[in-house]
Design a protein around this ligand. Structure first.
Ligand code: DGT
Ligand code: MG
Length: 581
């Protein structure tokens, strides 16, 4: 608990000066608010009874002073509102950077078990609540205490009875405000949840709009949407009910305090216990002690929200990346690409069954290896161990004789190019997407890479060429085009080791041929793993590995394996026959 507080306070550190300035102006503003009625009181009780010449001069001076004070107060309020919020935004900026860079460090295992929407809300909603608390919290508490205590001391020194009358209403006000504020905030929270639901529903619908239309399910979608939309209105109704109750009730209670003070005050005046000016002073102070009550109650709520947001923030920050550089990690120079699996065993964290068991495999530099096997056998998994997307649970993998866990992650991944099974392209232009493989690449290099990947021609056939916007996730491109773009990326990266996870969805013959051609060009002089689903990629391999649930069952060239008349032959015949049909 204590270290959480320490860490929370540490976010103020770079803004110490701002915080102190903020608090200083908060105190100054509160003090001025308290002083103004005192000046009024001085004028109405003393100055007006002085000799007229003297009194006029004093009144003029005091009026000017009051104008001046109001200006100062206005500046204080401006400073708090403007710089206070900026401080909050900067703290939020720092925390957001922190959590975003933490996200970049976390491994595949972490992301396998998370929902993107929730991770995003940590960065947006939670941080907003925290920064609201961090910048409003201290000033609200200080201003409220000064105003409340200050007005109490001033009023009680004027008249005790009337002070008791005025403060008698406060317990009721506190209970009322507490109750309604809580209900209102809860209802608002629910509104936000409903809005989030609606948003995710819209997102889901729009991303899947092609599926919706293909099933002609627009009406069902509309119905689903109406339901969510209606829930939103119901929840809004509730929140407005409490909001109405909160504001109208507190307004009424404040007016009641005024009426109570006036009534009792009038009685006291008629009994000659107090002067009219005392009553005026009282009336001028009413806001000064009712407002802090509202603010402090609001603060309790704000604190809860901010703190629970902060705890969720820490929850993420406390997760240590399970794959990171070892202390003595090294950078490898001139990687050749000899890869060796030694008794490699692997199991996904949340499952208790091994996907890979005791795998032994030696691949020499520049070799072209095809991995085949039934779906779910672990081909993609095997390949994702090489760039350490997951760490082996047993055995080791070596590159050029060095255990990959001893190589710096960046260095390791810089030496491996991957074309994934489902290609991911970022929203943006074709140029941007290819450049992702080497951010420093010139336009000329990019065109070169595209030519190597057989992508140049189709790119040039677009009206905007390389500046064509490919839409979210490259929706405006065909499957084969997307794959060729991701091949171009790897050409640009130019790594000694290549992993090509062939898309299972069949390409038509023509695009299959082009993709194949660009792949072969790419594979030249690199150690290449191809997870093969197509005959053409299998035939060209120097070595074919047949992977099943039992591990590597067969190994050899196409001809050798066919001659063996084993699993490979079965797989091959199945594909070959379906091809002919
Ligand atoms: P494919 O692409 O359909 O030809 O199949 P493979 O051979 O690429 O299969 P792979 O490596 O994707 O999956 C092997 C097994 O591991 C399969 O039973 C599904 C399971 N698996 C894959 N990814 C995960 C994961 O992230 N978590 C867990 N628990 N299991 C996974
Ligand atoms: Mg796969």
């Amino acid at each position: 608990m204590e270290h959480r507080w320490k860490k929370l306070l540490s976010y103020y550190k770079p803004f110490k000066k701002w915080l102190f300035a903020d608090l200083f102006f908060a105190i100054l503003g509160a003090a001025i608010t308290l002083v103004l009625p005192l000046i009024v009181r001085y004028i109405t009780t003393s100055v007006v009874y002085m000799q007229s010449k003297e009194s006029i001069q004093i009144i003029i001076k005091l009026s000017i002073a009051m104008f001046g004070l109001v200006l100062v107060e206005a500046f204080c309020n401006f400073f708090i509102a403007y710089y206070g919020h900026i401080m909050g935004a900067k703290i939020e900026f720092n925390m957001r950077n922190e959590i975003f860079s933490h996200y970049q460090k976390l491994s595949f295992t972490f992301y396998d078990n998370q929902k993107v929407g929730q991770l995003m809300s940590r960065v947006t909603n939670d941080l907003f609540e925290i920064s609201e608390l961090l910048h409003h919290g201290p000033e609200d508490v200080i201003i409220s205490i000064i105003k409340f205590v200050g007005s109490f001391i001033i009023l009680i020194s004027i008249n005790e009875e009337l002070t008791l009358v005025a403060f008698a209403f406060l317990p009721l006000m506190i209970i009322y405000a507490f109750y309604f504020n809580r209900k209102m905030k809860n209802a608002f929270k629910e509104n936000r949840a409903k809005i989030a639901d609606i948003n995710s529903q819209i997102e889901d619908n729009l991303s899947g709009i092609r599926v919706v239309k293909s099933f002609a399910n627009e009406d069902i979608e509309l119905e689903k949407f109406h339901e969510g939309n209606n829930r939103f209105v119901r929840s809004k109704k509730r929140s407005y009910f409490y909001m109405g109750g909160y504001h109208s009730g507190l307004g009424a209670l404040t007016t009641m305090i005024t009426i109570g003070v006036i009534s009792i005050g009038a009685l006291l005046i008629s009994k000659k216990t107090i002067e009219v000016t005392d009553l005026i002073t009282f009336l001028l102070y009413i806001n000064n002690f009712t407002e802090p009550v509202k603010k402090l109650i609001n603060f309790t709520e704000q604190f809860q929200n901010g703190w629970s947001g902060y705890e969720r923030f820490l929850e993420i920050m406390d997760i240590q990346p399970d794959i990171k550089d070892a202390k003595d990690a090294i950078n490898m120079k001139d990687v050749k690409g000899n890869i060796e699996f030694e008794n490699v065993t692997f199991r996904y964290e949340e499952s208790n069954e091994e996907v890979l068991n005791q795998i032994n495999l030696k691949v020499k530099e520049g070799e072209y290896i095809a991995l085949v096997g039934s779906s779910g056998a672990g081909k993609t998994t095997l390949c994702s161990l090489i760039p350490r997307f997951y760490d082996v649970t047993g055995g080791k993998i070596q590159i050029d004789g060095t255990d990959i866990r001893r190589i710096k992650l960046k260095n390791l991944r810089d030496n491996i190019g991957i074309v994934q099974q489902d290609v991911y392209l970022f929203a943006g232009t074709i140029m941007d997407n290819i450049r992702y493989g080497k951010p420093s690449a010139t336009d000329k290099e990019i065109v070169m890479a595209a030519k190597n990947a057989n992508a140049h021609d189709f790119i040039m056939s677009f009206p905007n060429g390389y500046d064509t916007d490919i839409g979210q996730r490259g929706i405006k491109l065909s499957g084969g085009q997307k794959q060729r773009l991701s091949i171009a990326r790897v050409f640009l990266k130019n790594p000694p080791i290549l992993i090509f996870d062939e898309a299972t969805s069949a390409l038509d013959n023509e695009s299959e041929r082009v993709v194949q051609e660009s792949l072969e060009k790419l594979a030249k002089n690199r150690t290449t793993f191809v997870i093969a689903h197509r005959l053409s990629t299998i035939r060209n391999a120097q070595k074919i590995i047949v992977l099943t649930e039992n591990g590597i069952e067969e190994k050899g060239t196409h001809e050798e394996l066919l001659a063996k008349r084993g699993i490979y032959e079965g797989l091959y015949n199945m594909q070959f026959k379906s091809r002919i049909q």
